[in-house]
Design a protein around this ligand. Structure first.
Ligand SMILES: [Zn+2]
Length: 375
């Protein structure tokens, strides 16, 4: 197929005009049909036309006319089969933004390198190993998923001697790891099957957004647990509030319009708001214990770094920086969504580090709560 290399867009439009049966962008944009197969079966449309125009006996002419419709239907079927075959074989080509169907149009600063719609999960999953606009998005969270799965298993397998109340603490850490693993896997799955069909992309985008809310909720659990170790009442109140807010965000994410490009700032605001609700317990801790204790044993430095990473990522995501300034230059690598993904993984890792330090500190105190101790 090397002779067909070049501008995919141009090829696509040529293909669509030269073929009688279809002007469907999805089919045409898959590139030229496999000519080298050379199966004798069905004549090409123009050959069929030639046949029809060939002078012959009257009965034959009538017969040809009767045959035209089923023949066209057969061509269409043949074309469809070839399409499915091509998709399954992974022989699709990337396409430019302007020929994407409406439901696949998300970021108009990414000009080229998009996957065509591929209504086959097998083809979608095979595309993980191809280079296109979603490759970076898939891998950043696929690797993040592997990292957190590994860290989670390691933490769960830690000997009980390292904990004051092993079961309770493992549940607390387990909730954080479960939320991270779910968020990252929903995300890489969404980016993988995003091009399957409108329905699939819509379903998985809702899972993806719900995963972000889950990660934020899950991150609060060990942090509140160890920060307010000796104050069960405020701890329970803060945990309940973040659960209510997180569930509200998940409910909002089920709204069909939430995933549209117009609501990109709405999404950023919902998740930023959810994350920033952590300012209240942070202030509570800092006012009660003082700035020095908050930044040392309270691990506020790490929590602050986590917030900076997370807010920067969300800001870049909402504003679509850097591709906004150089449209077409970040189609494959370093687009805002990938940077956002990397910063989310980094923020979750920093959070895990900070929370592990908090756990170690409480372990050092042997779980004791005295009048002059933290909270
Ligand atoms: Zn994403």
């Amino acid at each position: 197929m090397s002779s067909h290399r070049g501008s995919v867009g141009a090829q696509g439009s040529e293909a669509s005009t030269s073929n009688m049966e279809t002007d469907s962008v999805e089919l045409a944009e898959l590139g030229p049909l496999p000519e080298e197969k050379g199966e004798p079966v069905i004549a090409k449309p123009n050959e069929a036309e030639e046949k029809q125009t060939c002078p012959g006996p009257q009965e034959e002419e009538e017969e040809e006319q009767v045959l035209t419709l089923p023949l066209q239907a057969h061509h269409a079927m043949e074309k469809m089969e070839e399409f499915v075959h091509k998709v399954w074989e992974g022989r699709w080509k990337v396409i430019p933004y302007e020929v994407l169907p409406e439901w696949l149009k998300d970021n108009d600063y990414l000009l080229h390198g998009h996957r065509p719609p591929m209504p086959s999960f097998r083809a979608c999953f095979k595309s993980i190993f191809r280079i296109h606009t979603e490759t970076g998005n898939i891998w950043t969270h696929l690797l993040g998923f592997v990292l957190f799965l590994f860290l989670g298993i390691l933490t769960m397998l830690r000997p009980n001697a390292y904990f004051i109340i092993p079961l309770q603490e493992k549940v607390v850490f387990g909730m954080f790891f479960l939320s991270a693993v779910l968020c990252l896997s929903f995300s890489w799955l969404f980016h993988t099957v995003y091009c399957h069909s409108e329905k699939v992309s819509q379903t998985f985008s809702k899972l993806d957004y719900s995963g972000i809310a889950l990660l934020i909720m899950g991150s609060f659990v060990p942090w509140l647990y160890y920060s307010f170790y000796c104050s069960p009442q405020p701890r329970l109140i803060y945990l309940s509030i973040i659960c209510v807010l997180g569930i509200s965000a998940i409910i909002v994410a089920q709204w069909d319009q939430f995933a549209t490009p117009e609501h990109r700032p709405t999404r950023a605001a919902v998740f930023l708001g959810l994350g920033l609700s952590g300012v209240v317990p942070t202030m509570h801790f800092t006012i009660t214990e003082g700035f020095v204790k908050a930044t040392t044993v309270g691990q506020m430095g790490w929590i602050f770094l986590m917030a900076v990473l997370y807010i920067t990522g969300t800001g870049l995501y909402a504003a679509r920086i850097p591709e906004r300034f150089f449209p077409g230059k970040f189609d494959i690598w370093f687009q805002s969504h990938q940077i956002f993904h990397v910063l989310v993984v980094a923020a979750a890792f920093v959070h895990f580090y900070g929370v592990s330090n908090l756990q170690e500190f409480r372990y050092g105190l042997k779980g004791g709560c005295t009048d002059d101790s933290l909270l």
